[in-house]
Design a binder for this molecule. Structure first.
Ligand code: NAG
Length: 295
């Protein structure tokens, strides 16, 4: 793996021009190499020489893992296969999060359901400790039948959530109108499977059926095109096979086809949008809603 290292206090314009000029080829992810199991006392396992990771949940505990690296911008992809059958009450979370008390966070959360009833994909964006930006979706497939790719593009201009390459949500950098945007705090990838039957399924109406335990979720094919922080420096790399333009993700945006697909998802699969919830914000919708609410 070739990589380019640079000090973090150079201006971002200079960094970007340096990133653009560095060409890198690297290997695919391995769970032993890229992640630490953080809790669950044996309920999280890395299998198949590091190619597969499983999380499980039973009445005593859930489990979780996090990336060894901290990222400051990146295009992060993972394939997940969610808890099958009756998964009501369980939540599988997969997100980026920084450590400070005024933390940044970019969330995917999968809320389980009774057999045959749809999961909810819950998303949120926190900047400087403030979230309250939920959007929820149904999926156009059964996320328990097979692996699907869930990605986060996080660059200085925008955050985009993708499902199998289809954009489902965009959160733009609107610092120009006073909306804080996550761009100074490095984040780790975190994931966990836990019991949240007080709210997850039909707002807490349906409880976890412990007779179905242990519940298991599966992870594979992690990939990060990202800037990795280590001892104050930033190393940017690209793991995408055949990726010749190492830094394309740093300025990536939705083209007109992507924007159509995003609208299609929001029209047909979005079931909650904080930007439409006028009751919740009697003082007026958050500023970003005027720009980000494309539905
Ligand atoms: C579970 O299924 C019910 C009934 O179809 C639906 O209203 C709900 O949105 C589904 N998902 C969750 C997580 O509650």
């Amino acid at each position: 793996m070739t990589s380019f290292s640079c000090s973090s206090n150079v201006s971002s314009t200079l960094l970007i021009s340096i990133w653009v000029s560095s060409l890198i080829i690297a290997s695919a992810g391995n769970f032993y190499q890229d992640f630490d199991i953080t809790w669950g006392d044996g309920r999280a396992q890395i299998l198949n020489n590091g190619e597969l990771l499983t999380l499980s949940l039973d009445k005593a505990s859930g489990s979780g893992f996090q990336s060894k690296n901290e990222f400051l911008f990146g295009k992060i992809a993972m394939q997940l296969k969610l808890v099958p059958g009756n998964s009501a009450g369980t939540v599988t979370a997969y997100y980026l999060r920084s450590e400070d008390s005024a933390w940044d966070e970019i969330d995917f959360e999968f809320l389980g359901n009774l057999s045959g009833e749809p999961y909810i994909l819950h998303t949120n964006v926190f900047s400087q400790g403030k979230g309250d930006r939920e959007q929820q979706f149904y999926l156009w497939f059964d996320p328990t039948a097979d692996f699907h790719t869930y990605s986060i593009l996080w660059n200085p201009q925008r955050i985009i959530f993708y499902v199998d390459g289809t954009p489902i949500r965009e959160f733009k950098n609107l610092e120009s109108i006073g909306v804080p945007f996550p761009k100074n705090q490095p984040m780790r990838i975190q994931s966990s499977l836990w019991n949240a039957d007080d709210w997850a399924t039909r707002g807490g109406l349906i409880k976890t059926d412990w007779r179905q335990a242990p519940f298991t979720a599966y992870y594979r094919n992690f990939n990060a095109d990202a800037c990795i922080r280590s001892s104050g420096a930033s190393v940017c790399n690209s793991n995408s096979p055949g990726n010749n333009d190492n830094a394309a993700w740093l300025s990536e945006e939705l083209d007109s086809t992507d924007q159509e697909r995003l609208k299609w998802v929001q029209r047909n699969y979005m079931i909650y949008n904080y930007c439409s919830d006028t009751k919740r914000f009697p003082q007026g919708l958050p500023e970003e809603c005027a720009v980000n609410n494309s539905s």
